[in-house]
Design a protein around this ligand. Structure first.
Ligand code: CA
Length: 231
């Protein structure tokens, strides 16, 4: 893991937490030497401060991506402006953390980005999942409901797959965040509700996703005419 950060106190804290979690951390304090270290060290991930001597974090990100480098980048920034975050992500950063951050949050984000970047090898394509008239085909990334194909975003697809794999079980918002988003912070649980709402609107009236009040959600077959009404 490569850390490019000019403030020693922050660098020490980040290294402490990452090394405690078993990551090897190479530290550079300016843009040009950070860029050079990507070639020399081949890190699995780059933690990149935005305000750096030599080249700022935007320039480093742009340079890495222009050369075709695909190493995951997490931008660490004191800037809170939405525009900075958006620019960082548009230039090719994978995630961002705003200072002051909690080291535990940083480590969680590092692991989540690595998990996305380095998916675990699978035994083979997963067989299609069925629930009533819903079919979710992970290998083809296709969803069919009541005989009709349904277009989902990548995140909605993961969310629906997770629910259907665990059909009949009540899943809490925290569990869903942890498994589908890769991390769980209490403030983010609304994200789950928003994506569930999207899924339901795309699947229509008979969407087999039940709200378990005060707990979370579960996938269950709701045969038309069962009489539970809309949702
Ligand atoms: Ca700085």
């Amino acid at each position: 893991m490569l850390l490019v950060e000019d403030e020693a106190s922050i660098a020490d804290l980040v290294r402490l937490y990452l090394e405690r979690d078993g990551f090897r951390v190479v530290w550079r304090t300016d843009g040009p030497s950070g860029l050079a270290a990507v070639d020399a060290e081949r890190p699995r991930l780059v933690l990149l401060d935005l305000m750096l001597p030599g080249m700022d974090g935007f320039e480093v990100t742009r340079a890495l991506r222009q050369r075709g480098g695909r190493v995951p980048i997490i931008v660490v920034t004191a800037r809170e402006e939405e525009a900075d975050r958006v620019l960082g992500l548009e230039l090719g950063a994978d995630d961002y953390v705003t200072k002051p951050f909690s080291p535990r949050e940083l480590v969680a984000r590092v692991k989540a980005v690595l998990r996305r970047a380095e998916p675990e090898p699978e035994a083979g394509p997963e067989a299609p999942l069925h629930l009533g008239s819903l079919t979710v085909d992970p290998a083809r990334h296709e969803v069919v409901f009541e005989g009709r194909p349904v277009q989902l975003t990548a995140r909605e697809f993961e969310l629906l797959s997770y629910l259907v794999r665990n059909r009949g079980l009540v899943l809490t918002r925290d569990q869903i965040l942890e498994r589908v988003w890769g991390y769980s912070f209490p403030a983010d649980t609304r994200t789950v509700d928003v994506h569930i709402r999207q899924l339901r609107s795309k699947l229509g009236d008979h969407a087999p996703i039940l709200t378990i009040r005060g707990v979370g959600y579960k996938a269950d077959d709701r045969t038309p005419g069962a009489g539970s009404g809309g949702g």
